[in-house]
Design a protein around this ligand. Sequence first.
Ligand code: NI
Length: 268
Amino acid sequence: MHTDIDTLFTHLWDNYVTITPSAEKIHSLLKSVSGDAELINDHVAFRTFNLDQTKLSKLAAHFESLGYEAKGDYNFEAKKLTAKHYQHTDLTKPKIFISELRVEELSAQAQTIIKNMVKSIDQAVVEQSNFLYSGPHWNINKADYDTLLSESEYAAWMAAWGFRANHFTVSVNHLSRFDNLQAVNNLLKQEAFLLNTAGGEIKGSKAVHLAQSSTMADKASVKFNDVSADIPSCFYEFAERFEMADGNLYQGFVAASADKIFESTNAK
Ligand code: NI
């Protein structure tokens, strides 16, 4: 199925804001204050499990078919995650950041829960580009969600929300009338949006060529097999990039910062 890049991102955004209403509010706020007709996304992030049916490369294939190339590799030891980022030759297209949970590093009990979730996914479905915003392909009990949550916040988030954009990220460099990331954060706090303070409100700095901040995830209702519950959904991120010695803006990610950004979906 052929989908052009902009159409795919429109579908991903529409799906994302259904459970992340604060992102839509912030998007409108930044557009109105900046006066920009459109905001540029720095990157869009995805989560998955490293099992054969759902591994990172299966999600990446959709972007590779649209002209994206793998650029950076990342490892998050404590969170048991491997990640890669992808870039398009047109740098106004968002970078793609895909992480995958190393399921084999979880307890036997958690592995069984996840393998049962994933086993019925049809590969033909994975190969359609709308798989990227298809949500969960399984039913799960709240108790199993809680078991995953006690071991891996990331595993629990995937169990509840499945395949979709985990966050969109505003490129602060492209925002008119904002000098820097701090100015964006100041406005968001003034408007009572809740920022992720893990590792400091701003992760990274000019010294590592990338500064990032994010909201704490909204909460949205999930229907488990047995009960419904309000749990963290998705968040919105803001990134400011700095020039490297060669005069080009840094296009990679900083693992120490991304590690704390993952915590934006923690329930606390
Ligand atoms: Ni991000």
